[in-house]
Design a protein around this ligand. Structure first.
Ligand SMILES: [Zn+2]
Length: 60
């Protein structure tokens, strides 16, 4: 799996997993794998940031 990085904030999947924080709102679009991981990380927990709330019927 290639390591993608968000061009806006330079966050990578790895850095986000390690820190537990998403760099910016663009990360969700730039790093597709992120969305699943964030969903797992923050499922049912408080998340001080933007939620990927718009996703419902896309690509599933
Ligand atoms: Zn970002």
């Amino acid at each position: 799996m290639e390591q993608k990085a968000c061009p806006y904030c330079s966050s990578t999947l790895k850095s986000i997993k390690e820190s537990g924080f998403v760099g910016c709102e663009h990360c969700y679009r730039e790093i597709k794998e992120l969305e699943e991981i964030v969903r797992q990380l923050f499922d049912g927990k408080s998340f001080s940031g933007r939620k990927p709330a718009r996703r419902r019927n896309e690509e599933f």
